[in-house]
Design a protein around this ligand. Structure first.
Ligand SMILES: [Zn+2]
Length: 322
């Protein structure tokens, strides 16, 4: 059997080229499979709140690698020519993903969708460029996208460096607060100021702290505020909501019946009635659970059907121009 060591130089390069072509072909297959997992919402079924969580946790991709592939899937969906360009190496995965995240930021800025033909034009312009020159080109088109990205970088176990861009309104607010709190923070240190704001925010929004305060109130005489679920209103009492939050530890409780995997994300949590309120479900603790937005939607699809849910979503979304 021929080993790498005794291949001729020509053969080594020729074989390598063939393998790279095969790698690209496989990459396209991977992208198609990811797209199908997304279409079937299979990542939700399997207990992941996003396709990204599925790609990193179940497939074992690094965050950057997962992100590049998912962005490329999204770009390929809208501009199908991208597939051929990736396959032939005219468009690298990292350029495709940069282009896609540029489109997303632009759409946010414009508060509306970019037409497919406009997207196709930019993809054509970026064909054959390296990741670095793609970055430069995008910076020329939209210089504001070059602004420093938000980050939180751990320095030691106990400290983190935080960086973000504040707009004029936020900066004016910060200056005003510095003056108001100058007695406790004469140097106007930002870290002290933000610590104070975070404490205030947690007192207001942390369900665990709210529930503890409520219990203190109940222990005082002449004040009744035990969690009640007898109301016929759609509104779930705050005390019940906070109890559910505490019981579910602030995490999505969706569980894949096949593998037993629990989603567990802390993002975008909503209160879900296991038996829907519209179908007579009560506000009892036993009928309530925390679900992330996407798993809540999946649960709603199971009860009300895709057709009804899709028509609701379509009504709230503007049309995409071609
Ligand atoms: Zn979830």
């Amino acid at each position: 059997m021929q080993t790498i060591k005794n291949k001729s130089n020509e053969m080594l390069v020729a074989d390598l080229k063939q393998m790279v072509a095969e790698e690209r072909r496989l990459l396209i297959e991977v992208l198609h499979h990811l797209q199908e997992v997304e279409d079937r919402r299979l990542y939700l079924e399997r207990g992941y709140s996003t396709l990204f969580a599925f790609a990193t946790e179940e497939l074992g991709y690094s965050e950057a690698a997962a992100n590049r592939r998912i962005q490329a899937v999204r770009l390929m969906r809208e501009v199908p020519e991208v597939e051929e360009k990736v396959k032939t190496g005219k468009l690298s995965l990292s350029v495709a993903s940069q282009v896609q995240s540029f489109f997303r930021q632009e759409e946010k800025k414009r508060k509306g969708p970019i037409s497919t033909s406009e997207k196709r034009d930019l993809v054509l312009q970026l064909e054959g460029t390296s990741a670095r020159s793609c970055e430069k080109k995008i910076a020329q088109i939209a210089p504001e996208i070059k602004k420093p990205r938000e980050k939180a970088r751990p320095l030691t176990e106990a400290t983190t460096l935080i960086q973000f861009v504040a707009d004029k309104e936020l900066m004016e607010g910060i200056e005003k607060l510095k003056q108001l709190l100058a007695h406790g923070n004469p140097e106007g240190r930002l870290a002290l100021l933000f610590k104070k704001l975070v404490q205030l925010g947690l007192e207001k929004w942390d369900p665990v702290q709210r529930a503890a305060r409520r219990r203190q109130k109940v222990s005082k005489p002449n004040q009744k505020s035990t969690p009640t679920s007898e109301s016929k209103s759609r509104y779930v009492p705050a005390a019940v909501r906070d109890e559910v939050w505490q019981r579910d530890k602030g995490r999505c409780q969706y569980q894949d019946p096949a593998t037993g995997k629990i989603c567990g994300t802390r993002h975008g949590l909503q209160l879900d009635h296991t038996q829907p309120f519209a179908q007579g479900g009560s506000h009892d603790l036993s009928n309530l659970r925390l679900l992330c937005r996407r798993h809540n939607l999946l649960a709603a699809r199971r009860v009300f059907g895709d057709h009804w849910i899709d028509s609701k979503i379509a009504k709230s979304r503007p049309n995409v121009p071609m």
